[in-house]
Structure formats: structure tokens, C-alpha cells
Design a protein around this ligand. Sequence first.
Ligand code: ADP
Ligand code: MG
Length: 247
Amino acid sequence: MAGGELLRIEDVHKYYDLGAARVHALRGVSLGIATGEFLAVMGASGSGKSTFMNILGCLDRATSGRYLLEGTDVSTLDKRTLARIRNRRIGFVFQGFNLLPRTTAFENAELPTLYSDVDDGERAERAKRALTMVGLAALAEHYPSQMSGGQQQRVAIARALVNRPSILLADEPTGNLDSRTSVEIMDIFQDLNDKGLTIVLVTHEPDVAQFAKRIVLFRDGRIRKDEPVTLRPRASDVLKTLPTLED
Ligand code: ADP
Ligand code: MG
């Protein structure tokens, strides 16, 4: 493993109460993730992937079980403390990009810093650096409507990185993208992971999951398989074999 343990989930259960009905979405999930890992979470629709990600991301709490993030037991923290940890330690990327529409790429990337005690100069510096990391420095003043889906997702990744999180959580980040653009996004993820960022990615596409270092398979709220990726391609090599839109 690349580094020390970043987080540990122990026997986590999650119930959703819907009036009289009760959905048991996670049924005893235990898992450790080390710093520097790149994990792909797979499984059929309804198997608990998003529930798991929401708990990892401190967006929701487990009904029972423990969650240790960087040594802190976050399963017992109140909402406000959870929100602070989330803002500082965790970056999120979603399938639908979730950018603010009448807001430039730069302003979108800068957004999470508004909730942290950072001055304007540092804020601008960080947003610029984050956009550069995803190869979008030149489009800083563009609005989402002027960008392709892949470019918008890159802005969302920059936004996720701007507070220098210890973990990046991405729930189906390539779900709305064509196959070449998906590989471009995975190229960015591999590059960030090479630089030390820990990544957890949900995908139902095996072609996308193979770029990770480890694949965890969920079924019916449980982990059914947890295996390293043995023949891991470099997204940058795969891109050379794929036609561009101009071809
Ligand atoms: P996946 O992301 O793998 O498709 P989810 O974690 O979204 O799976 O869902 C797991 C189960 O929990 C499903 O049966 C789903 O219907 C249920 N579920 C998810 N979120 C909620 C919610 N907010 N309220 C009630 N049930 C939910
Ligand atoms: Mg889901």
C-alpha cells in the first residue's frame, strides 16, 4: 500500500425509513483505504454504491457501525463538524457536473474556498492552480454553456481540488460522457493519483474501472469482491489508440 491508512469503515449498516417501509441499503460493510489508493466501486443499480459514497463523503451518516477518517471517528460528530470536515478534507465530483450556470469556470472552481478562511489572493491562486491541473487554464473565463461536457467535468474536478482535499470522491463521473472523453477524465484521475491524491470512483463501466488500482464490487448492500487491478492500462496510452472527434 502506498501510505498509511486514510480511512476505515467498520461494519456499517444504513437503513432508509420510508414511512412503514424500511430499506436496508448497506448490510455490514467493512473496508480500509490507504493514502494514495485509487479505488473503483462497482455493482448493479441499487446495490448501495451511492449510499456508501455519501457516508464516505460525510454527506450522510451510517445507522450503525464506525467510520474513522484520518484517525477521527466521524460517525459520532454533529452536522456542523461534519460539514467542516467535508469542506476541508473531501472533494466531490458527480455525474451531472453540478456547475453554477451563469458563473465562469474560474468562479466555479473558486467556490469551495468561499467557505474556508482563505484571503482573496490565495483564493484566486488556488483556483488558477486547480484549473491548470485539469488542463483548463485557458478557459477560465468561459461559462458552462460555452464548454463541452468533458470540459465542464474538468471544471468540476478543479472545484473538487481547490481546497486540497485528502480524498476525491467521484460518483459516476463519466456517466454522461462519450467514451473518448471518459478516458480523458480517467487520464486526469491517474495523473492526480500519481501525485498522491486518494481517489474513490463509482462506475458501472468495466472499461472505466480498469484504470483504478483496486476494484470493490457491491451486491445487495454488501461487498462481494475486493481485488487489485493486475493489468492496469494508462489512460494516456489508451487515448493514443482512440479516434478524436476530428478523425
Ligand atoms: P446505487 O448507487 O448502487 O444504485 P443506492 O445507494 O443509491 O444504490 O441505493 C441503495 C438502496 O437504497 C436502493 O434500494 C435505493 O432505492 C435505496 N435508497 C437510496 N437512497 C435512498 C433514500 N434517500 N431514501 C430511501 N431509499 C434510498
Ligand atoms: Mg448510485
